[in-house]
Design a protein around this ligand. Structure first.
Ligand SMILES: [Fe+2]
Length: 140
């Protein structure tokens, strides 16, 4: 069962929006691969890509927060860090142990749910902040 990006998750900031959609697409690809019983040789490249893409996306968001003097930068950054660590743990587990299908699937689902929650609260709050500051020009 996949979870798709939907309008209810829109933050109204084009660059961020496109990256969120891609993250959903990548996590769903990962879960599909696991569901289809694909081996570590196919799962690892998907995890590597997701990890790299996520790090870039968080870096972009954090840059926006710094540039716009966003007062909730630190708690937002901590949430990003937790996700990064979860991703890294999952990747290391699959790389070293192969990772059981159930294990990886459950973690991937947890990542997806985390992403939904994060966009719904922290990212929407950031987008609201951007709309009320002059920094919005750098986001679109
Ligand atoms: Fe974020």
């Amino acid at each position: 069962m996949s979870v798709e990006w939907g309008e209810h998750l829109a933050v109204g900031v084009t660059a961020v929006e496109e990256q969120h959609k891609e993250m959903f697409r990548q996590i769903n690809l990962l879960m599909d691969a696991i569901n289809q019983g694909k081996g570590a040789d196919q799962v690892i490249p998907l995890l590597d890509f997701l990890q790299e893409y996520t790090v870039d996306h968080f870096r972009d968001e954090e840059k926006i927060m710094v540039e716009s003097s966003y007062e909730k930068l630190e708690p937002h950054r901590i949430e990003h860090e937790q996700f990064r660590l979860e991703m890294e743990n999952l990747r290391l587990r699959v790389r070293t142990e192969g990772g059981t299908r159930l294990n990886v699937l459950m973690t991937s689902r947890a990542l997806l749910h985390w992403l939904v929650q994060h966009i719904y609260s922290a990212d929407k709050d950031l987008a609201d902040h951007m709309r009320t500051t002059r920094g919005i020009a750098c986001l679109t």
